[in-house]
Design a protein around this ligand. Structure first.
Ligand code: 4NP
Length: 153
């Protein structure tokens, strides 16, 4: 069982897209029993009194247009306890890697990697919060996820 946590700053755009898209890819590949998948934020900006925000509207629209539901997904914050519970923390950019390592501690530092490294790329997933280009983020994330799925066969 591969226990995978996707990580971004707010857990309303990039990492939920990665979580829900990867769940869909795994399901279509008939490999659901091999994976446990979640996503989380390095900041608590989108969680109020323990209640996380839903997926950002443009991401929801993009995923729903591809037949992927966002129902039930709410933002959650990465905690130190997650370090023992997951095998990989796949981050969207360099700052997510730094923050995830700070939260999880040195013991789990090697588990924190950039998603695009699985596509053989050194860059960051384009951040739609700033670019407003949701399709660009989708394409980056999809390439990383395809590499990830192949690498864990
Ligand atoms: P995400 O996007 O990290 O991909 O979920 C963001 C969401 C919220 C903020 C920044 C990025 N924010 O500044 O609130």
């Amino acid at each position: 069982m591969h226990k995978i946590m996707f990580v971004c700053l707010g857990n309303i755009c990039r990492s939920p897209m990665a979580e829900l898209l990867f769940k869909d890819m795994v399901k279509k590949a008939g490999r659901e029993k091999e994976f446990y998948i979640e996503s989380c934020a390095t900041s608590d900006e989108n969680v109020w009194n323990g209640v996380g925000a839903p997926v950002y509207p443009q991401i929801k629209t993009l995923l729903e247009s591809r037949g992927i539901s966002c129902a039930g997904k709410r933002a959650q914050v990465l905690t130190k306890a997650h370090g023992e519970q997951f095998d990989l923390f796949l981050c969207m950019d360099d700052s997510n890697v730094r923050n995830a390592r700070r939260i999880l501690g040195e013991k789990h530092a090697d588990k924190c990697q950039k998603l695009l490294s699985y596509a053989g790329e050194s860059g960051n997933v384009a951040d739609p919060w700033y670019t407003r280009d949701f399709n660009l983020a989708y394409e980056d994330i999809k390439r990383g996820l395809e590499g990830l799925l192949n690498s864990l066969s």
